[in-house]
Design a protein around this ligand. Structure first.
Ligand code: FNR
Length: 365
């Protein structure tokens, strides 16, 4: 589907990727029919869409109503959504996810503690809508002999994703969730072969890559990292070295793409000035490179023209503009996104109601 020295022709015609966006409308962790319209609205021929983060197991969850892909019911529920994207010529990857310590016992099987690389509790967090506070239960540190079970959950999820009809999976290795909890030195305090040195800390992510590649083939596997981000108290003392190590290490597996969040995005919606860039990682990685975080049309065009990315993923602008590639093509005005409604459970408001471009109005202007 993608070629190792670039992107497939179809992708080349649409470098605008739908970034993974949690929307919390999969009641009981089961994708719902309203997602058919949401994703198909955002599909254009040859465009890549990445699903919202999707749990690999019942210990992977934290946010209410986020989808999973570990049960038969979930797999069946994804099928019509995937079919709708394919019917419009889109390429659909499922982002597979384990939250690790970013959870609370209310979301865990039998009310148990969340599991993580470490036992460091997170500070309670004000919800992004400004209402209420998310409480995190102190995690239980995984024993070394338990780690292969989590890796195995990451192996089964892509098998299910194939059954659901997805074109591939994106391993969520970013933004402070389980994989980051292993790779970042400000979180990982282990003393076994999964902690300490850079090589040891990255072992968990690479074990997962190896398992997923073995299960479904490298041409169907992408991964997302955010070495520079410190979401969920997951900073690293040397993010450049970490990003570069991971980008180089991925080459061994021949996966189809590496997706990285920009160093300038510390938290969603907060753009900081930084001299850091993804260029060294982009140069190190042999496959398709996707950049994301704080891009607009101009930035995206520039990144591609200068060879800093093959594809650019857009989050908030795509959320609010179902026809974003068309709007970019025409340099048309964009709908504004409404941050307060990113995670509301309403299935229409600020989900499928964002309007498409009125081309006739543009012509008459
Ligand atoms: C996100 N982001 C995100 N990232 C990820 O890897 N998996 C996810 O499920 C989510 N969910 C999510 C929900 C919402 C509502 C937002 C706004 C963001 C991060 C997202 O993919 C992207 O990296 C950021 O939004 C920054 O890119 P933009 O919005 O500046 O293009």
């Amino acid at each position: 589907m993608f070629s190792r020295d670039g992107c497939i022709d179809l992708i080349i015609h649409c470098r605008v990727v739908l970034a993974p966006l949690t929307r919390q409308k999969s009641y009981g962790n089961v994708p719902q029919p309203h997602a058919i319209l949401y994703y198909s609205q955002r599909t254009s021929k040859g465009g890549l869409l990445i699903t919202e983060a999707t749990g690999v197991s019942d210990t992977a969850q934290r946010y209410p109503d986020t989808p999973g892909i570990w049960t038969k019911e979930q797999v069946e529920a994804w099928k019509p959504i995937v079919n709708a994207v394919h019917a419009k010529g889109g390429i659909f990857f499922c982002q597979i996810w384990h939250v690790g310590r970013v959870s609370n016992s209310g979301f865990q099987p039998n009310g148990q503690a969340p599991i993580s690389s470490n036992d460091k509790p997170l500070t309670p967090e004000i919800h992004s809508n400004g209402i209420g506070v998310a409480q995190f239960t102190p995690p239980r540190q995984l024993r070394t002999d338990e780690i292969p079970e989590i890796v195995n959950d990451f192996r089964l999820a892509p098998r299910n994703a194939m059954e659901a009809g997805f074109d591939g999976v994106e391993i969520h290795g970013a933004h402070g969730y389980q994989t980051d909890q292993f790779s970042k030195d400000q979180v990982n305090n282990r003393t076994d072969q999964y902690g300490g040195s850079l090589k040891n800390r990255c072992r968990f992510a690479l074990d997962i890559v190896e398992a997923v590649v073995d299960e479904i083939g490298a041409d169907k596997v992408g991964i997302r990292f955010s070495p520079f981000a410190d979401y969920m108290e997951s900073g690293d003392s040397n993010p450049k070295e970490l990003g570069l190590y991971l980008a180089n290490a991925l080459n061994k597996y021949g996966i189809v793409y590496c997706h990285m969040s920009e160093p300038r995005m510390k938290t969603v919606g907060e753009k900081i000035e930084t001299p850091d860039s993804l260029v060294p990682m982009r140069k190190a990685f042999n496959g398709t490179f996707i950049a994301s975080g704080g891009y607009d049309r101009e930035d995206g065009n520039k990144a591609v023209a200068e060879g800093r990315a093959d594809l650019v993923a857009f989050g908030r602008w795509f959320l609010a503009n179902p026809d974003l590639p068309k709007r970019f093509e025409l340099n048309a005005p964009l709908n504004k996104y409404i941050r307060e409604t990113f995670y509301v459970s309403d299935t229409v408001l600020c989900y499928t109601h964002y309007p498409f471009l009125d081309i006739t109005a543009l012509v008459s202007d």
